[in-house]
Design a protein around this ligand. Sequence first.
Ligand SMILES: Nc1ncnc2c1ncn2[C@@H]1O[C@H](COP(=O)(O)OP(=O)(O)OP(=O)(O)O)[C@@H](O)[C@H]1O
Length: 668
Amino acid sequence: MNGLTASRPVGSPMRHDERPPAYACGFAALRQRFREAAERAGAELSEYVHPLNGPDGGALATDVALLGRRDARKLIVLISGTHGVEGPFGSACQTAWLGQKNLRRLPDDTAILAIHLINPWGTAWSRRVNEDNVDLNRNFIDWSSSAPVNNGYAGVHDALAYREWEGPDRIAADEKLAIARRRLGHAGLAAIVEAGQYEFADGMFYGGGRPVWSNRTLNEILKTFAREARQVIVFDLHTGAGPYGYPALLSVASSEHDGLAWGKSIFGPALSTVLTGPGAKTGTGIAATATGYVSDAVRKAMPNARVLPLVVECGTLDGPAVMEAVQADNWLHLFGKLDSPLGKRIRDTLRSAFIPVDPDWQRTCLSSSLRYFDRALADLRTVALDETTGSERIPPTARAVVVVDPVSAGEAKTTTPAVQIDELHKSFGALLVLKGVNLTAHAGEVISMIGSSGSGKSTFLRCINLLEQPDGGNVAIDGELIKMKPLSNGRLGPADMAQVERIRARVGMVFQNFNLWPHMTVVENIIEAPRHVLKEPREKAIEHALALLKKVGLADKHAHYPGQLSGGQQQRAAIARTLAMRPKVILFDEPTSALDPELVGEVLRVIRQLAEEGNTMILVTHEMQFAREVSHKVLFLHQGKVEEEGAPAELFGSPRSERLRQFLARTL
Ligand SMILES: Nc1ncnc2c1ncn2[C@@H]1O[C@H](COP(=O)(O)OP(=O)(O)OP(=O)(O)O)[C@@H](O)[C@H]1O
């Protein structure tokens, strides 16, 4: 998006054994892929032709795909390329999502509107700005009043928009900027520059002097396709700010509105709200001081709807590096030669500052964004509408999908915890693995445990259901304390094996390596424990197993043997097996670490669904992004102790301990 505030430059090395990057490059290829996907999905396609051409002389346009009916009351809008050069990311998201089979069966009241490359000139010319050097995300101000004044920017304009690439003027400009940075800090400087300015047409973050083509076109598109919509979730897809490869979900607004609460109810702590204003601060990597965002525009364009405007922001380089790339590009287009070797280098640098040529980055950003879209769509399905007004009708009973909601989790704290662990100790011989770990999980809470390899996460999980015997401490499940007694070797052991068996039946565990019986079919694997432990009749157990297989997307695999399934399918079958025992709490021990990367998503989707249904879950995982999105609380374990714990936004956003900072720097 803007990328000027500090972020961590964690350069994930390119893995050459990976498949080539998923993102198309070049304006024509982006368009072609998008249009083909939209046609395959059966969408209504329209194009809004831009008056100028691309660098190869080709025509430019914004394409619009509408999946569903024009009069749909519920709408998801995806916007790509607000900052042109970031377009390949948003385009890849739109194209991939339109290709998903679940979108082919949208309810009549729901539609998807994909607005492809709203700043087509910027994408074609690989520029952040549009054809008028305007930052589109500063152009949606109220043009009937005078534009905001940014006095701070005037003081650094000549240092940012230098005239000479090298020589005394350039040295002076760099020196002036360095002084400003020393005085204000990078974040302070960024807050001034990113606020946008309406005075210097050759400057950075220029908001323009009137509504530009892309502004008018976006409004026209919304007028045409969103007129009847009353429940609207908008994703504006960006790159360039925040930690490398971390797709953050933000909602940007100048004041509180009902869409923000809706967003929190859908995404829980995964959503960061950015309230903008002259003195506003944010740790998210995007400007809180600016005005004129797309988020403002979409809310204004749909005054009769409840609108949740969201920004997906995928971090790339650190703030100063992105700023330098944008400055150089500004110079090139004002004073340089586009086709010179220097020009080519500047343009390549800018492109990779916003779209890293790193398959890991591209894949992570794409898959996380698709998960955000899926989640939004799942929530829209549950919104009951008042038929005449289209506003939300709150049903007397709770919604079918109970979304991860820290407030309700907080309310649950007055009841008996589903899991209560106090001062858990565990050694293997002389190796002290757990040194007094505490954890409380209330009903419906999702708690993730993160930490380096060997920090004791799996051991802790295994102690909860007594797959390992703790040496000291208390474990209580649903208020029932597991009775322990001293053993002859001086350690502790369970005092009552019948109690252990009873409690184990209530605590489900999903293992890294699935642990399915290879000689049994999937359905036999699932009914084994309910038949023998819960004494369920075979017919009833099979009926339940088939329903669970349907839930995890394996309805047609019930008669297969584990060896005939992919890793992802085996893990989903293992989850179904765990659910068959109707557990009070589910423990996941690195459920995706044995999977090939392309199979991880299908398993995470199932786990997310379980979280959204209100299951109590404790999750040991190396999927940081997932832990951040799905958890109410995250515990960072270091050398057998909880080093830091808290809400995911706090723990990942502003870690207090140096060890956690270092851990996150290595893993994110
Ligand atoms: N059964 C065992 N016998 C002896 N040592 C063990 C046993 N299980 C685990 N350990 C040791 O205990 C320490 C903690 O292991 P644990 O598997 O709990 O760590 P972890 O944080 O889950 O690591 P990872 O992320 O690599 O799975 C390690 O040093 C491990 O070698």
